[in-house]
Design a protein around this ligand. Structure first.
Ligand SMILES: [Cu+2]
Length: 152
């Protein structure tokens, strides 16, 4: 009985977003839609795994147009970026400065700690990145007026 109660308790702790089945997809099987309202207009998103708004692991892909800019911001969870295509540039700190960024080509990676301030932009290439982490996920802009959610 004790065992049963414990296992019921533990199963209630497993987030709903936790994958209970395997995922295998070819690139052309990914579903793309308009990117989240928290990002500047023009992005596309494909959710691979989980739900970033809930506790638990998530993986998503973002397709970003050329010359796209994400102003300085931070996240409440560790950000893991893998560049799949194009060029994604990232800089650290709370001031957007193209000259101080690192250009990450295809295969480049970045890991940003919790609350670590950074910014990003694409070059003149259409760029695809993969973002994974442990939710709940959010993006908090250093300058609140940069938040597209607050511009509506
Ligand atoms: Cu970020």
């Amino acid at each position: 009985m004790k065992q049963l109660i414990l296992s019921i308790f533990l199963s209630s702790l497993i987030p709903l977003s936790f994958a209970d089945d395997h995922i295998m997809k070819r690139p052309n099987e990914l579903e793309w839609k308009d990117g989240p309202a928290s990002l500047p207009a023009g992005s596309k998103v494909s959710l691979v795994e989980g739900d970033p708004s809930k506790p638990g692991p998530f993986t998503l892909r973002l397709q970003l147009p050329p010359n796209y800019k994400i102003p300085p911001h931070w996240h409440p969870a560790i950000e893991h970026i893998t560049v799949l295509d194009g060029e994604f540039a990232m800089g650290t700190g709370e001031k957007f400065d193209k000259t101080k960024a690192t250009i990450l080509p295809r295969g480049g990676i970045a890991v940003m700690p919790i609350k670590f301030k950074h910014y990003a932009f694409t070059s003149d290439k259409l760029t695809t990145i993969q973002l994974h982490g442990i939710g709940p996920w959010d993006i908090i802009y250093v300058n609140p007026s940069d938040d597209p959610r607050k511009m509506k």
